[in-house]
Design a protein around this ligand. Structure first.
Ligand SMILES: Nc1ncnc2c1ncn2[C@@H]1O[C@H](COP(=O)(O)OP(=O)(O)O)[C@@H](O)[C@H]1O
Ligand SMILES: [Mg+2]
Length: 479
C-alpha cells in the first residue's frame, strides 16, 4: 500500500497541499476483484455513475485514490505537487485551458492556421489552412483592441458579441454594434492598457488586472427551427494527445431559445444566447418544458428539409472541426498518461448549414435538466468510464464502446478498417456517428466485452474471466 502523501481540496476539503493518486498499484493491473477507489468533487450524474459501478467512494482527507473526477481549480493548485502511480487517472489535462479558455483557444487556432499556411507554401500543395475557417473572427480584449477596431471598421453594419474569456453559462456576455458601447464597457471594467497588465505567471496563466474578454463577429444568420435559434452541444473524449486519440459520442442535443429570433433587440440575451441558464430568465420560461432536442431529431429534421447529401456534408464538416481544433493544441497540451478529458463542444449552424465552433468546455454541465437529459448524461459518463478502462478489460483495439466511436487514432479511423460491423452513415466514411442510433448500446457493450475477454484469454490463457462485473455495470446503467 502506498504511503499517504497529503491533504487537500475537492469533495471534502479545503484547498492546498497535495493529493495522492495511488493508481492500481503494482500487480493490481488485471485483478478483476480489485475495487477501484475514486474521489469526486461533484454531486451530480458522475457521482451516480461511479457509485453504481461498484467503485469505492473515498472522502477522507489524504486517502489514496485510483480515479479522481476533480475540478479545474484542483488541477491548477494541486496537480503539480501530486504524485500519481502508474494506473491512476484524472479528468483534465494540466493545461486544458489552451483549448477551453475562449481567448487561448482562438490564439491557438490562429497560430495553427498560420503554421498550415507556411507548410503549404513550402510544400506547394493545397493549403489545409482552409479547413481552419470554423470559428468567427475573434479578438482578445483589451490586448488586441486596435486590431479589433480595424476589423470593426471594415464591417460597419455587423453585430459583435463580447464574452468574458473564462466564464460560462452566458455570464457577462453582451451584443453590440457601436464602438461607443465597448468604450462604455472599457470604462466600467477598470480598463488598463496591455502595457500595464501583469505578465504571465509561471504556469502561463494570465493574471490580468482587467478581466480578459473576447470579441467575436456575431453569426447573425443562424439556422432557425420554428423561428428559434439553437446551438448544439456534443461530447468529445480525448484519452491521449501523443498520439492523438479521439472518441466522439453519438448522442448530443440542440438547445433552443424560447423566443423568436430577431436582430432588432440585441440587448435581449434570451433571444440570442441559447444557454439553459439564460433561457431560465425568460418571463414565460416553463421548467416542465425542456428546450432541448436530441441531435438525432435535429438531424432527421435537417435531412427531411435538405436531403442526405447536405446533411452528410454537415457531418463531415463537424468531424473536421473537431479534429482541426484538437490538432491546433496537440503540441501544446502537456500529454500525461494519467490525464483524459471529456470536452463539451458548443457549435451553431448558419442558414447555409455551416457549423461554427463557439467554444470548447472543460467542465460541460453534468447536471440534468430533465429525466431524458439525465439518462443521456448517465450513458455518456458510464461509457466514458468504460473507455478509460480502469478495470483493464479492453484490448485497446476497440472502435466502438457503447455510444463512443473512435474517430481519430494518430490519423482518421475509417468505418471499414476493422472487423466490427457498423450501421451505415451515407456518404460518410469516417468512424463517427454523431446523431446516429445508440439504441443497441447495451448489446454492443456486452458483445464487445465478450470479444475482448476471448481475445485476452487467447493472448494469456492463465488470465481469469473478467467479464462479469462490467457487464453488470453496463446493465446497471440507465438505458
Ligand atoms: N459568435 C456568435 N454568434 C452567434 N451567437 C453566439 C456567438 N457566440 C456565442 N453565441 C451564443 O451565445 C451562447 C453562449 O456563448 P458561449 O461562447 O458558448 O459562452 P458560454 O461559455 O457563456 O456558454 C451560445 O450558446 C450561442 O447561443
Ligand atoms: Mg457555451
Amino acid at each position: 500500500m502506498n504511503k499517504r502523501a497529503a491533504v487537500g481540496y475537492g469533495a471534502g476539503g479545503g484547498k492546498g497541499g497535495t493529493r495522492r493518486g495511488a493508481g492500481l498499484g503494482e500487480g493490481g493491473q488485471g485483478n478483476a476483484n480489485r475495487v477501484i477507489r475514486f474521489r469526486c468533487g461533484f454531486t451530480n450524474t458522475i457521482l451516480d455513475v461511479l457509485r453504481n459501478r461498484g467503485w469505492n467512494h473515498v472522502t477522507e482527507e489524504g486517502a489514496d485514490w485510483d480515479f479522481y473526477w476533480c475540478d479545474v481549480g484542483w488541477m491548477r493548485e494541486v496537480f503539480d505537487h501530486c504524485y500519481m502511480d502508474e494506473g491512476a487517472r484524472i479528468c483534465h489535462f494540466r493545461n486544458h485551458y489552451e483549448l477551453t479558455r475562449k481567448n487561448l483557444m482562438v490564439k491557438n487556432f490562429k497560430r495553427y492556421r498560420k503554421q498550415l499556411e507556411r507548410e503549404a507554401a513550402t510544400a506547394g500543395g493545397k493549403s489545409e489552412a482552409l479547413k481552419m475557417d470554423f470559428y468567427p473572427p475573434t479578438f482578445e480584449l483589451p490586448t488586441e483592441y486596435h486590431m479589433f477596431v480595424e476589423e470593426f471598421k471594415k464591417h460597419p453594419s455587423a453585430t459583435w458579441i463580447m464574452k468574458p474569456a473564462a466564464k460560462s453559462q452566458g455570464k457577462g456576455i453582451f451584443l453590440f454594434r457601436k464602438l461607443k458601447d465597448i468604450t462604455d464597457w472599457k470604462k466600467n471594467s477598470v480598463y488598463k492598457p496591455a502595457s500595464q497588465q501583469n505578465h504571465q505567471d509561471s504556469q502561463g496563466e494570465k493574471e490580468a488586472q482587467v478581466e480578459t474578454y473576447v470579441v467575436c463577429k456575431y453569426i447573425d444568420n443562424p439556422y432557425l427551427v420554428g423561428n428559434k435559434k439553437f446551438d448544439v452541444r456534443f461530447y468529445v473524449l480525448v484519452c491521449c494527445y501523443a498520439p492523438l486519440k479521439v472518441w466522439l459520442y453519438r448522442e448530443a442535443f440542440a438547445r433552443f431559445s424560447t423566443v423568436r429570433y430577431n436582430l432588432e433587440s440585441i440587448e435581449d440575451n434570451v433571444v440570442h444566447l441559447t444557454n439553459v441558464a439564460i433561457q431560465k430568465l425568460a418571463p414565460d420560461y416553463d421548467p416542465e418544458r425542456d428546450c432541448k432536442w436530441s441531435f438525432a431529431s435535429l438531424k432527421r429534421y435537417l435531412t427531411a428539409k435538405h436531403g442526405n447529401e447536405e446533411v452528410a456534408q454537415l457531418m463531415r464538416e463537424i468531424d473536421e472541426l473537431v479534429i482541426y481544433s484538437l490538432k491546433s493544441v496537440q503540441k501544446i497540451i502537456i500529454n500525461d498518461k494519467h490525464c483524459f478529458e471529456l470536452y463539451g463542444y458548443d457549435i451553431m449552424l448558419d442558414t447555409a448549414m455551416k457549423p461554427w465552433l463557439l467554444e470548447v468546455n472543460a467542465s460541460p454541465s453534468l447536471t440534468a435538466s430533465s429525466p431524458q437529459d439525465y439518462e443521456l448524461k448517465y450513458r455518456l459518463l458510464d461509457d466514458m468510464v468504460t473507455v478509460i478502462d480502469m478495470e483493464n478489460r479492453l484490448t485497446g483495439k476497440e472502435k466502438r464502446i457503447g455510444g463512443f466511436d473512435l474517430m481519430w487514432h494518430d490519423g482518421p479511423v475509417l468505418v471499414n478498417d476493422g472487423g466490427v460491423e457498423y450501421t451505415s452513415a451515407p456518404g460518410h466514411c469516417t468512424n463517427s456517428f454523431l446523431g446516429c442510433s445508440n439504441e443497441n448500446r447495451q448489446k454492443q457493450l456486452k458483445q464487445m466485452m465478450r470479444q475482448a475477454n476471448i481475445a485476452k484469454r487467447h493472448n494469456n490463457p492463465t488470465q481469469p474471466n473478467q467479464n462479469t462485473s462490467v457487464q453488470q455495470s453496463a446493465a446497471a446503467g440507465v438505458a
